[in-house]
Design a protein around this ligand. Structure first.
Ligand code: SAM
Length: 251
């Protein structure tokens, strides 16, 4: 059996009692931290369950999962710990499907996620449009999808959650300032008035822990230091007066 267990938003205290029971009953525990930054301490979980946790890299899960995690799941109760909710990541459904094809049973233990916690900003969760990720730009890699998605959502009056890229192997976690800078660079090239300097945004860091939420113009937020990761950026669409009131708390 393969269990995907969510670690929750911030640290080991976000692990559910159900997750803890599954860990205690398991024969092998893996964890991955390439889909999100984890602010907790794995050793505390190891002490609690009396087992070692092996950290897997992206390639162990996405390129050759049969070598470790799937091989173990055929005969043993095997766990993959994932920060946040395990299914709020585009990649883990692939592992689930591969396991099922091999006749391995799969169970998911859901957990707290940026997808629901973002409502702490006061924005109505039902009024968010498509989510997008701002990737680190490279010399020959400058995708403008986040700008396009933002433009579509704004046209429909919807809010946009812009996840910020993570390169955990290189210890690089995109900041709110870097995300704003990239969107401004695209605006400069495209000039479609999607992300001008006075565009209202909300910078958010470490939700569920020592969180910081600040609302303001892009040009002002870009100068703010939001502290340690993870960070996320929100661009509000059309605001209800209650949302306006909630946001005024974060000016
Ligand atoms: C690919 S998503 C994975 C989401 C995770 N599975 C979940 O359910 O929360 C990772 C991105 O979400 C955002 N994020 C996740 N947790 C966060 C938190 N506690 N505070 C701020 N941003 C967060 C960051 O932009 C991070 O790069």
């Amino acid at each position: 059996m393969l269990y995907l267990v969510g670690l929750g938003l911030h640290d080991e205290e976000d692990l559910s009692l159900k997750g803890l029971r599954v860990l205690k009953d398991s024969n092998k525990i893996y964890a991955e931290f390439y889909t999100n930054f984890f602010n907790g301490n794995l050793e505390n979980i190891e002490k609690l369950v009396g087992k070692k946790i092996e950290i897997l890299e992206r390639a162990d899960i996405e390129e050759h999962p049969d070598e470790k995690i799937l091989k173990n799941s055929i005969e043993n109760n095997t766990v993959l710990l994932v920060p946040g909710d395990p299914m709020v990541a585009t990649t883990h459904i692939d592992l689930v499907l591969r396991a099922k094809r091999l006749g391995i049973g799969v169970k998911i233990v859901h957990s707290s996620s940026i997808y629901s916690a973002i409502a702490e900003t006061g924005l109505q969760i039902y009024k968010f449009g498509r989510t997008t990720t701002i990737p680190f730009m490279e010399k020959n890699y400058f995708p403008t999808t986040p700008y396009d998605v933002l433009g579509e959502n704004l046209e429909r009056g919807l809010h946009t959650l812009l996840l910020l890229d993570i390169k955990s192997m290189e210890n690089r976690f995109m900041t709110v300032s870097q995300g704003i800078e990239i969107l401004m660079e695209i605006e400069e090239k495209r000039q479609e008035n999607v992300f001008q300097a006075d565009r209202r945004c909300i910078g958010v860091a470490r939700l569920g822990g020592s969180s910081t939420i600040k609302a303001g113009k892009a040009i002002d937020l870009i100068k703010r230091d939001f502290g340690p990761p993870p960070h996320v950026l929100v661009v509000p669409g059309k605001l209800h007066f209650m949302e306006e009131e909630a946001l005024s708390e974060y000016q």
